[in-house]
Ligand binder design. Structure first.
Ligand SMILES: [Fe+2]
Length: 432
């Protein structure tokens, strides 16, 4: 019965893809095997992607991958066959195994089709596109915190985060159809108790976009489930995962590059700041010529609502933000506080410039921080303060998302309310 349900889920994924013009090959038969939670993630660099899915226990699943050629229909004959580099019984519902695959040597500006196969057959077709080299854009989502059903929040807003998350993904990828990847700032799912998370992970990974755009997720305190949240690792094949910063199994800090920019994602459930610093120094040493250094993490050090005075956030602000300045990080993207805050340019925890302009020219060691609001409408915290670091703050009680355009000399971050209003737009030039 379980199997049957998931086969339908795979088919509806492909159907949803049709609306986004990722059309399945009509000649291809309906899927005959059980898979779920199919999700692309960033690879170590722009020519790579990773793929994770849950399939049958002990089943020999593999991926077929085909690059589209101009004027030719997709043929699975002669498709590249890629086998998992990691597969093990999933630590949630019985009867599932997680599988992780690396897709490498991908060409720029290309469309690829893939499907997951076993001896019994193959799933429907999924598609993804690669970008050109050079300038690119990515999308950022704060705390989707997906759970099933609805609740009424503290401000009277009726929350439905699984529907809201799907709506935000649809609007944002419609706006930035060539987004290089989808970054989350953590709290992808809601339950602190791991036993309650499986259905939430299914709902978080249900929108078709997660099989067509690579994700770059952070680990939130909810995902972390009091250091037992190993389902995060089982759902995402991530590049360059370190032992440093690990809380739940496999959730350490990780890094990747995209067209010359270095991205470092920290698991701030770990307050081992020396470990985070060592990790960042290693990542920077491995990528000394990176154009920009961008950090993503869950616990925003500079926000304006419920959490700025929490002990963990205060420790991150006082101890980690000076490290970001010392390591010449350009931009730090966080979540956790379910409001939008753009900081002033900060030197450590100190305001370096009280310029709230939309076009900033940081000096060396000056860092811009963005705290992102909920991307699903799953929870909103009322603004508090004032706080000395807040240049722009907003609580729209509507789901938000942010686009970041990465150019060689400028980063531009634009934050939208779902439905269209621009909440904030800010650019930084490279430090001089
Ligand atoms: Fe959250």
């Amino acid at each position: 019965m379980l199997r049957h349900t998931t086969v339908v889920a795979a088919a509806s994924l492909a159907l949803a893809g049709t609306m986004l013009s990722f059309a399945p090959n009509p000649a291809h038969a309906e899927p005959t095997i059980a898979v779920k939670d199919v999700v692309l993630t960033v690879g170590a660099k722009a020519s790579q992607r990773n793929l994770t899915w849950l399939g049958g226990v002990g089943v020999d699943d593999y991926v077929q991958l085909v690059q589209h050629k101009k004027g030719k229909t997709v043929s699975w004959k002669g498709a590249a066959v890629i086998r998992p580099f990691s597969a093990a019984t999933a630590g949630e519902e019985t009867g599932w195994e997680y599988n992780k695959v690396a897709l490498t040597k991908l060409a720029t500006r290309s469309t690829y089709s893939y499907r997951i196969c076993t001896a019994a057959g193959c799933t429907a077709e999924y598609q993804f596109k690669t970008t050109s080299s050079g300038d690119f854009s990515f999308l950022v989502y704060g705390d989707p915190q997906v759970y099933l059903g609805t609740k009424t929040g503290q401000n009277g807003v009726v929350e439905n985060p699984s529907e809201g998350w799907a709506a935000t993904l649809a609007e944002s990828t419609g706006k930035v159809a060539n987004a290089a990847f989808l970054m989350t700032a953590g709290d992808n799912v809601d339950s602190y108790t791991i036993a309650k998370q499986p259905g939430e992970w299914d709902a978080f990974l249900a929108p078709s976009q997660v099989a067509s755009y690579p994700m770059a997720p952070a680990v939130g305190n909810h995902d972390n489930a009091s250091n037992a949240g190993y389902l995060f690792n089982q759902h995402f094949a991530l590049p360059n995962v370190s032992n440093l910063g690990t809380t739940a199994a496999g959730t350490g800090d990780y890094w990747y590059t995209y067209n010359g920019t270095l991205f470092m994602t920290l698991n701030t459930n770990s307050l081992d700041f020396a470990a985070h610093k060592t990790f960042m120094k290693q990542a920077i040493k491995a990528n000394p010529k990176a154009t920009w250094r961008v950090v993503s993490l869950h616990h925003s050090p500079f926000s304006s609502a419920d959490h700025p005075n929490d002990a963990d956030v205060t420790a991150i602000r006082t101890t980690l933000s000076p490290v970001f300045s010392a390591l010449r990080i350009n931009l730090v993207i966080g979540g956790h506080d379910h409001d939008y805050t753009r900081s002033f340019l900060m030197n450590g925890a100190t305001v370096a410039s009280s310029d709230a302009d939309s076009s900033l020219k940081p000096h060396r060691g000056q860092v811009l921080y963005l705290a992102t609001n909920s991307a699903s409408g799953g929870k909103f915290y009322d603004l508090t303060g004032p706080y000395p670091w807040a240049a722009v703050k907003d609580q729209s009680l509507k789901a938000n998302y942010t686009t970041i355009e990465v150019q060689s000399k400028k980063l531009v971050a634009t934050t939208y309310e779902v439905g269209g209003r621009v909440i904030d737009r800010v650019s930084i030039t490279r430090a001089h």
